[in-house]
Design a protein around this ligand. Sequence first.
Ligand code: URA
Length: 207
Amino acid sequence: MPELHVIDHPLVAHKLTQMRRVSTSSERFRQLLTETSLLLTYEVTRELALHDVLITTPLVETHQPELVEDPVVVSILRAGNGLLAGVLQVLPSARVGHVGLYRDHETLEAVEYYCKFPPLEDRMVIVVDPMLATGNSAIAALDRVAADGPSAIRFLCLLASPEGIAALHAAHPDVAIWTAAVDERLNEVGYIVPGLGDAGDRIYGTT
Ligand code: URA
């Protein structure tokens, strides 16, 4: 069964409402997105593998848990970088890949213009993009990531549409999705409704 995790937390819900408001400035939007991505990262990394290591405290030697390894984070440009800032505050030593995709506004298809990944083979990869709308960009990015043989892939977003979830899970049933909310639908030009508008424009003030 494909996995969908909707992160149900009052702080996440509150911050998301502030991000949805059309009156929220880019500066405040970026701040809220960073704060929210810290909370989302906490959830998406909940089952990371730990192993015991021997350490010395000021008092004794003791075996304590430590992460086996960091996941690799892949950001879908450009809006993914808005989430990345917070993700890297929680996972400061994670290696980061980028895939650049834009939406052809006529066909809504994803067109790749850039791709650079660290080694992904046998690694857990978290792919980040704030909006899972049609799913076209996410699927194109996941195709690229999956081709490098990671051990597991998770997709982390802020908002998802029912259409995007269905498309992503049809193309990549092994990819678990983590999102702060599932909105009602896509509109006729592929925007999430009620949504928050174009995430890249909201982050970078490009409208
Ligand atoms: N991308 C966005 O930034 N917003 C949407 O609503 C859909 C796709």
